[in-house]
Design a protein around this ligand. Structure first.
Ligand code: SF4
Length: 577
């Protein structure tokens, strides 16, 4: 594997150079992005300036036959949090990048000219061309244009208008199996950093490149078989996610009283049935869409789908639980078609759906629109795409929106919006939100699994006891999984089934000729978090940033009528291992 560096600030225009993995040998995904950002990015640099770097790294098992191994990590200093960022995405590019032999692409420097660049990579090398015809296009148009230019067998990594405008909620789109820009490295404003580098799209063509070969092919194939069997036999990865997608959680979290409704005022949404995963799957199949679909080839869980409009035309991919919540229940919107339209717009403009749902919720609390008014939400989002002054405020996230509109109840940690689980109803996830190196992020340590679904044991979601240990262990394990290229959803099966966890270790060992055991995985996770914490501290983030907003400690959340109970002293113990 090699690293491709593109210096966008080189004399005469961007220059590509390739080199060995060097200090990053043996790393992949988040381990690589966070190591590179920690080592090469000055923590106090401006996130949109020449010194920040955008790192795109496939996981350790990406590009192989391993199931669900096509996740990619995007790292940089975040324009949203001011700290380190790793945003994770599915889609086809991770597999292609790895098969082309790249451990990472690094965009560095600052363009000298006002031009927009496209990068084409295939087995013969890298070609960088200015192409101002791509300016101000949405991700869907970019993918269509690239398809016409390079054929159907490519994949794309692109930004929409939000990235070009360098908004802090801008995402980076990764195309799916149908070459649609539906998978996003959503969080932390990574799209703004790509926009600041002047790169609109990276096109990958892996024709002529085979699967990556393991050191021990037979052991690798056997371990993968066991791993797939494990995923298929677990009720979450074998039944719930394939049948209803992640939105199966709407009813579950609502029932638990932790479904943040109306900008985190209530823990239950009376109309949640109308936007549940069950209703969504039924709507999708009735209209000729798919309720079970993968975001990349080789995923056996297939938690996604395709959502058609009322006339049976493709509108968007199946909106995920967090999207349905952010743009639905959080804004008291109970119309699946409107939520699907909002999802489509976010994918096209290149925006994080969680951040946008939170920003619109805050705007609704300020009285800019009425809660429940789906057309008003669509109009607000269109302002973001157009880059009007209001749109630019919303597109810079919930924290900025709250400040500009004078709202006190703003659900963010380190400037990043809280996802779809109220920390008063699921206390463990509150610890992760508060202390994660990433800002509020459910995927950084998904305590919901143990608090609510009783996966990997049980810790009472309504009590503070045991939450710090739970979140700590999950944050360590997650950092390691994010490095393998494996989808985080495999965690349900590996937490409950020791033989499935062993199969994952066997795959890594057979591929790289290692003797990794569970302790080794823990050490890898710890080392990643250590790098990220050190970067954040040098970037100026302190213990005071490891806190939830005040209102979670003061306002009781119905129906359990609880505040967030974990003390600040206990939050400060999360990284004491
Ligand atoms: S489980 Fe879902 S998100 Fe994960 S790789 Fe498969 S389709 Fe993509």
């Amino acid at each position: 594997m090699k690293i491709l560096r593109i210096n966008v600030g080189a004399e005469g225009g961007p220059k590509a150079s390739e080199g060995p993995m060097g200090a990053y040998e043996g790393l992949g995904g988040r381990a690589l992005t966070s190591a590179l950002v920690s080592k090469e990015v000055p923590p106090l640099c401006h996130p949109l300036g020449a010194d920040n770097k955008l790192v795109i790294a496939p996981g350790l098992l990406s590009g192989t036959i391993a199931a669900a191994s096509g996740r990619v990590s995007v790292g940089c200093k975040s324009p949203l949090t001011g700290g380190v960022k790793e945003a994770n995405s599915g889609g086809q590019p991770s597999q292609m990048l790895a098969r082309l032999g790249y451990g990472a692409i690094v965009l560095e420097g600052k363009p000298k000219e006002e031009k927009i660049y496209k990068v084409f990579i295939n087995k013969d090398g890298v070609k960088i061309t200015p192409d101002n015809s791509l300016k101000s296009l949405g991700n869907y148009d970019v993918a269509e244009k690239m398809k016409k230019e390079y054929g159907e067998k490519i994949s794309c990594i692109s930004i929409g208008q939000a990235g070009e405008m360098k908004m802090s909620a801008a995402s980076i789109a990764f195309t799916d199996m149908e070459l649609r820009p539906t998978r996003h490295a959503g969080r932390g404003g990574v799209g703004a950093v790509m926009g600041a580098k002047g790169v609109k799209v990276i096109v990958l063509d892996d024709a002529g490149m085979g699967m990556r070969a393991p050191k021990d092919p037979q052991k690798f194939a056997e371990a993968n078989k066991k791993f797939v069997e494990g995923l298929k036999k677990h009720p979450v990865t074998g039944e719930g996610l394939p049948a209803y997608g992640t939105n199966v959680l709407t009813n579950v979290i609502n029932e638990a009283g932790a479904y943040p409704t109306k900008n985190f005022m209530w823990g239950r949404f009376p109309n949640c049935q109308k936007i549940s995963g069950e209703t969504q799957a039924q709507t999708e199949t009735a209209r000729g869409g798919l309720a079970t679909h993968g975001c990349h080839r080789g995923c056996t869980i297939q938690c996604s789908g395709t959502y058609m409009d009322k006339d049976g035309h493709y509108l968007t991919k199946q909106p995920e639980y967090e999207t349905v919540w952010a743009l639905g229940g959080n804004c008291e919107i109970d119309d699946l078609d409107a939520i699907a339209m909002l999802d489509r717009l976010c994918d096209d403009y290149g925006l994080d759906t969680i951040e946008m749902g939170a920003a619109i919720g805050v705007a609704m609390e300020a009285g800019l629109a009425k809660f429940g008014d789906s057309q008003a939400a669509i109009n607000l989002l269109k302002e973001v795409g157009k880059g009007t002054p209001m749109g630019r405020i919303l597109g810079n996230g919930a924290a900025i929106t709250g400040k500009v509109l004078g709202v006190e109840r703003v659900p963010v940690v380190k400037g990043q919006a809280l996802p779809a689980y109220d920390p008063r109803g699921i206390q463990g996830i509150g610890v992760t939100y508060a202390t994660s190196t990433q800002g509020a992020d459910h995927t950084a340590g998904y305590a919901v699994a143990t608090n609510i679904m009783k996966v990997g044991g049980f810790v009472d979601p309504l009590k503070p006891e045991g939450q710090v240990e739970l979140s700590r262990n999950l944050q360590i394990a997650t950092a390691a999984i994010d490095s393998t290229g494996m989808c985080l959803f495999i965690a349900f099966a590996i937490m409950d089934q020791p033989d499935t966890f062993q199969a994952l270790l066997d795959m890594l060992n057979a591929f790289y000729g290692l003797t990794l055991n569970a302790d080794g995985v823990t050490e890898l996770g710890k080392s990643i978090l250590k790098n990220e914490r050190a970067f954040n501290i040098q970037a100026g983030l302190t213990a005071q940033h490891d806190r939830l907003p005040e209102f979670f400690k003061k306002e009781l959340l119905p129906p359990h009528n609880l505040t967030f109970q974990v003390t600040d002293q206990d939050l400060d113990k999360v990284f004491n291992w």
